[in-house]
Design a binder for this molecule. Structure first.
Ligand SMILES: [Zn+2]
Ligand SMILES: [Zn+2]
Length: 398
């Protein structure tokens, strides 16, 4: 049983409902003016103007295009950070609604406009409840989630996590119906690293492969053998994805080239697997190349860390949702092989990432993220505001 609702839960819901049209308005304003990663200047200007209307906030600018707003509650308690990403994507908006993107070739095709609007809504709502609020809430409006090296790492570098006890975030998701919410224990998103592998052989005439060391042949063996890392070197319970996505070699039909260059993406859900992957790739590549008289050079670039939810924080949120937001349904979902730079924050404090259902077949809202027709059900914004506004009372109040 979920138990009695928190005494403030109904007030939060009523305030969130009253405020909902404003939140939708903020979202649409940002949707019309999307900005690419690391360029979110107008978005930040808009958010700062809105935040200036809220009492008792302390505003900080950790980087050019990010904002941290601090709200100190009237009661003692720990510090909870709540993060929303604010950047858009290089995609031409294909929708025909009045809030479609006004910027050619740029679009909020992942829903980050909604995240920023939800967080702004919870800033307003929690400031109205400041006297009852335990501890501090730090609202992170984060730039550049969509582009490596990501805004989260930059904000961490600027010190935003100093003194933060827990952190949460949420993403609207167009594969779950509105009214559903997912907060997993453990892995939520995969890490995303990449590699470039140069195979150094010896070129020559295509008619005389015996006098060459053919890097195309060697590269092909390496591509096939890399999957042995997944199938034969990794525990079956630890998912690992190695996708070779590039293979460049040679120009002519009758020339065996000197070298070949392979590249690809490595994704997994645990730091331990992530740490082992480069060495395993190097071992396979060196071994296969050596067997054929070739050599290899590996460049391995770390990208986003996996997002691994803390079971304590995730469990507390699920319990809170069932108790305080009974209209929402807590659902199950597998971890996603996509990546998210929220993991950078989780290296510094335990936290959890929620997925808020935002699909509505009845409204024709069912396109995937990063699609030119992407949209989300704005009813989900209400759930996001409620989640963010209830969370400090549960996570800071215990
Ligand atoms: Zn995205
Ligand atoms: Zn996203």
């Amino acid at each position: 049983m979920a138990g009695d609702p928190h005494p403030l839960a109904q007030r939060i819901e009523a305030l969130a409902r009253t405020q909902h049209p404003r939140v939708v308005g903020w979202r649409r304003t940002m949707h019309r003016q999307p900005e690419l990663s690391f360029q979110e200047r107008e978005t930040v200007r808009f958010l700062l103007a809105e935040l200036a209307q809220v009492d008792c906030l302390e505003i900080e600018r950790p980087t050019d295009t990010s904002i941290v707003a601090r709200l100190r509650g009237g009661r003692p308690g720990p510090t909870l950070a709540i993060r929303a990403d604010i950047d858009a994507l290089p995609i031409q908006d294909g929708k025909h609604c009045d809030y479609r993107s006004q910027v050619p070739g740029v679009m909020h095709a992942c829903g980050h406009d909604g995240h920023a609007a939800m967080l702004l809504g919870s800033v307003h709502l929690l400031s109205a409840l400041r006297n009852e609020l335990p501890g501090e809430v730090r609202f992170f409006f984060q730039h550049a989630e969509e582009q490596h090296p990501g805004g989260a790492a930059e904000m961490v570098e600027a010190g935003v996590m100093n003194g933060v006890d827990r952190i949460i975030a949420a993403h609207v998701i167009s594969t779950q119906d509105t009214g559903g919410i997912v907060v997993r224990d453990g892995p939520a998103f995969a890490s995303s690293d990449r590699f470039v592998l140069r195979v150094l052989g010896k070129g020559g005439h295509a008619a005389n492969p015996d006098r060459c060391i053919d890097p195309v042949f060697v590269g092909a063996q390496i591509v096939a053998n890399l999957q042995a890392i997944v199938a034969r070197n990794t525990d079956a319970h630890d998912a690992l994805i190695i996708s070779v996505t590039r293979f460049h070699a040679g120009e002519a039909f009758n020339v065996i080239p000197d070298g070949a260059e392979l590249g690809g993406s490595v994704r997994c859900f645990s730091d331990a697997v992530r740490r082992r992957a480069p060495e395993l790739i190097r071992r396979i590549a060196d071994g296969v190349a050596g067997a054929h008289g070739a050599r290899c050079e590996l460049d391995y670039v770390l990208g986003y860390a996996p997002v691994v939810n803390d079971a304590g924080v995730a469990g507390a949120l699920r319990h809170m949702i069932e108790r305080d937001m009974p209209a929402l349904q807590v659902r199950e979902m597998n971890p996603m092989p996509n990546s998210e730079d929220f993991g950078a924050f989780l290296q510094h404090a335990p936290g959890a990432y929620a997925l808020i259902g935002a699909r509505s077949a009845a409204k024709g809202i069912c396109h995937p993220h990063h699609h030119p027709m992407f949209d989300f059900d704005e009813d989900a914004l209400l759930h996001g505001v409620q989640l963010f506004s209830n969370a400090p009372f549960t996570l800071n109040g215990a």
